[in-house]
Design a protein around this ligand. Structure first.
Ligand code: PEP
Length: 255
């Protein structure tokens, strides 16, 4: 049985006062028969902006894991503005997002960069959540599976499978991120099935255990149906993760 996960990507949002309020409200919600009260307890994970990582670790309830939204592939050096996986590990930050579509589209991150970052995370003992997903043009051209598999295989060919002992893959169709347009449960399941099958082609046992997350305008209304799909083990949530009530409602939707 795969333990479900609900992860919040705060992107470049937040402040100290936002964190204080979010932390206090989340602690209250979890104390009141929170999402962990069901038969399946979702793991909760928050990816705050880099300056808030340490604050988030100290303020958010200890059962909430913290991750960074990006890393550099090198351990240290003259890379002004960057941070390494080793620095995260040193700070007790156990997770990192790799290859988010905004990193790919806005900052020119290639599949090769993404593979190097996954390797860097594994080297430091930090678990990676690899984001993959097609654009609307790629989907309309019937290339969704091809694009997603190219993104996945580019990492697996270089980094192997070891990072997936803890790491996860998030399927995030670019056209659904921050748009309010969600993939239908069938569309999402189809792509998750493609991803799990590709993993099974390399290691069937590992593929059956890896958590695959859906991301793209998840909200409290659509979460239960998405998370009810056989290969969807939870969600990577952007906008709705900035509102405690929505984040907790989504976590409660994990069956
Ligand atoms: C994301 O940022 O990864 C995301 C899925 O955002 P949203 O939920 O706002 O679409």
């Amino acid at each position: 049985m795969r333990v479900s996960v609900v992860a919040g990507n705060w992107k470049m949002h937040g402040s100290v006062s936002f964190l204080e309020e979010f932390a206090s409200d989340l602690a209250g919600a979890l104390a009141h028969a929170g999402p962990n009260s069901g038969s399946v307890a979702p793991e909760l994970l928050i990816f705050p902006a880099a300056p808030h990582l340490a604050l988030a670790r100290s303020m958010l309830p200890p059962e909430v894991a913290i991750g960074a939204q990006n890393i550099h592939a090198e351990t240290q050096g003259a890379f002004t503005g960057e941070l390494s996986a080793e620095m995260l590990d040193d700070m007790g930050i156990g997770w990192v997002l790799v290859g988010h579509s905004e990193r790919r589209a806005l900052f020119g991150e290639t599949n090769a960069d993404t593979a190097a970052k996954v390797q860097a995370a594994e080297r430091a003992g930090v678990a990676a959540v690899l984001c993959v997903g097609e654009t609307i043009d790629e989907r309309r051209a019937g290339r969704a599976a091809e694009v997603v598999l190219a993104q996945l295989n580019a990492v697996l060919d270089v980094a192997g499978l070891g990072w997936l002992e803890r790491g996860m893959v998030a399927y995030e169709p670019v056209w659904a991120i921050g748009t309010g347009e969600t993939a239908t449960p069938d569309q999402a399941q189809e792509m998750h099935g493609v991803i799990r099958q590709a993993l099974a082609g390399r290691d069937a046992d590992l593929a059956s255990k890896v958590r695959l997350l859906y991301g793209g305008s998840v909200n409290p209304e659509n979460a239960a149906e998405l998370f009810g799909q056989v290969d969807i083990d939870g969600g990577l949530v952007g906008g709705a993760a900035l509102v405690v009530e929505k984040f907790v409602a989504i976590a409660r939707a994990v069956g």
